[in-house]
Design a protein around this ligand. Structure first.
Ligand SMILES: Cc1cc2nc3c(=O)[nH]c(=O)nc-3n(C[C@H](O)[C@H](O)[C@H](O)COP(=O)(O)OP(=O)(O)OC[C@H]3O[C@@H](n4cnc5c(N)ncnc54)[C@H](O)[C@@H]3O)c2cc1C
Length: 468
């Protein structure tokens, strides 16, 4: 690695202000939302166009410089972490909306556009971009694509992969690939853009994307249900998929999450009488339509009244809907504010969730009683966030030791249930050792071959997803 030679070449390519050597700034850009790694980047770059990204990659190949592509750094897997003298390439200054094509309809944007900004841009044109989650005010389109982000609307719209019509990337070799971006139909052999979606910055740097948009959903109604057991929650999911039209989200959380959110964010309890009761909550959002008030919804309600439903509330008023959403959306931050925490983002076949959760609870009670368990997530997609929380004074080393034992047990269970060790957040540094619990040896070998093809010198995000 020859950083001086690399720096010298960059002086002719990037403006001085886009080459940052200040240790404090580099430190901030060296970390994402994981708490497991130390910061250790050696340089921070802000390219302003695709040709600058290309030159950075070409020079990095010449001087054997490891690069970390960086978006909003809201990731939960250490994918954007630079802890080993890497050079961080932030897409922050490539933040232009390039084009809106209403004939598709689709929007073309640079990779550094903030997700929320893109959503708003699309809304001003009377359309809707459905990839949305609690960090969309900070995450960037490039990061969303590199992680194949999902969020609360996956049950209706699927993950971002479904919305990508075109991509521009610079591969690890330094070649610019412009995948055609204005065609719905294009069956001309392998669709290589899909290799880059969810590749966590290991194959290429995404510089631009054309994203499909859709009609804005009609007004919605948000319901909050409390059930006494998870089985009833799952029955209500099944019934809603069968009976309801226009589901926009089906999220769940346990009563520990609700108590934490209410305490941390000073929110009032939705059902005061259930404050100290162990139960399960469902946040269901449905597009308002003629169905809402007719027989279909009545049917749904009648059917779920036969489950162990404890209470329910709903609203179609914007401010009240936001309040209901906070019970779910503020959980991640509430956990992060409350001590030492460890997150897992897993998915399971929906039919196995009740058995799995019962086993998981037993494992925590028997072996990890120092920790509190918080369960929430996108239940409609079989996606559960498993969070363990310890007191902030809990010994750091002991915490790490126990967490690593926990993960091993958890991932073995997930393997048994044919689930995935990462539903949305990716593998990054955090889960690479556990990749074989979700991918076969053969699959991993093919993944490594693809990596070598696009990035033969392994300069892009080395050590993320797997070691070569
Ligand atoms: C409160 C909270 C809630 C969240 N909820 C969800 C959720 O519901 N669903 C979900 O999917 N995720 C969720 N996340 C995780 C995270 O926000 C997403 O993974 C998001 O897509 C990451 O985008 P980013 O721009 O922050 O990427 P970063 O964290 O900066 O990077 C993520 C990965 O992408 C790579 N990368 C970044 N930009 C590029 C690029 N231009 N080209 C190539 N590679 C690149 C990085 O190297 C890294 O490997 C949540 C996070 C938080 C903090």
């Amino acid at each position: 690695m020859n950083l001086q030679s690399f720096l010298k070449k960059l002086q002719n390519t990037l403006d001085q202000e886009d080459i940052v050597q200040d240790p404090e700034e580099i430190k901030a850009y060296s970390l994402d939302r994981t708490k497991d790694f130390s910061s250790g980047g050696s340089l921070l770059l802000f390219p302003r166009d695709v040709s600058q990204v290309q030159e950075i990659i070409l020079y990095a190949n010449e001087d054997k410089i490891p690069l970390v592509p960086s978006g909003g750094r809201t990731g939960y897997s250490g994918g954007a972490v630079a802890s080993n003298h890497e050079v961080i390439v932030s897409l922050k200054k490539m933040n232009q909306i390039v084009e809106f094509d209403s004939t598709l309809p689709a929007i073309t944007a640079e990779a550094g556009v903030i997700t929320k900004t893109l959503q708003k841009e699309v809304e001003t044109r009377g359309y809707y971009f459905p990839i949305d989650f609690a960090s969309s005010g900070s995450s960037m389109i490039g990061g969303n694509i590199a992680t194949n982000a999902g969020g609360i609307r996956v049950i209706r719209y699927g993950p971002i992969r479904n919305w990508i019509l075109g991509l521009e990337v610079v591969t690890g070799k330094g070649e610019i690939l412009k995948f055609i971006s204005h065609l719905f139909k294009n069956n001309t052999g392998y669709d290589l853009k899909h290799c880059f979606i969810g590749s966590e910055g290991t194959l290429g740097i995404i510089t631009q994307a054309t994203l499909l948009v859709t009609k804005k959903p009609k007004d919605s109604i948000v319901y909050l249900f409390a059930f006494s057991d998870l089985k009833s929650v799952l029955i209500s999911l099944e019934i809603s998929k069968k009976v309801l039209e226009g589901i926009l989200c089906f999220e769940f959380f346990d009563s520990s999450c609700l108590r934490l959110v209410c305490n941390r964010h000073s929110l009032s309890y939705p059902f005061e009488e259930l404050k100290n009761k162990e139960c399960w909550y469902v946040l269901l959002e449905i597009e308002k339509s003629e169905y809402i008030h007719d027989d279909l919804f009545e049917n749904f309600l009648n059917e779920i009244y036969n489950t162990n439903l404890l209470n329910a509330t709903y609203s179609d008023i914007e401010s009240k809907k936001k309040e209901l959403f906070r019970y779910r959306e503020d959980i991640s931050e509430a956990v992060a504010m409350s001590g030492k925490f460890h997150k897992n983002d897993i998915s399971l076949p929906i039919k196995c969730i009740d058995d799995f959760v019962n086993e998981l609870k037993e494992i925590v009670i028997q072996n990890f009683s120092d920790f509190k368990l918080f369960l929430f997530g996108h239940l409609g997609d079989g996606n559960i966030h498993i969070n363990l929380l310890a007191d902030s004074l809990y010994d750091e080393n002991l915490f790490k030791e126990k967490i690593s034992v926990f993960d091993e047990i958890l991932y073995k269970k997930i393997f048994e249930y044919k689930g995935s060790i990462s539903a949305e957040h990716g593998i990054g540094l955090l889960k690479k050792k556990f990749l074989p619990y979700s991918k076969t040896k053969e699959e991993i070998n093919y993944m490594k071959e693809i990596k070598k093809l696009f990035d033969p010198n392994c300069i892009l995000n080395p050590g993320k997803i797997f070691d070569l």
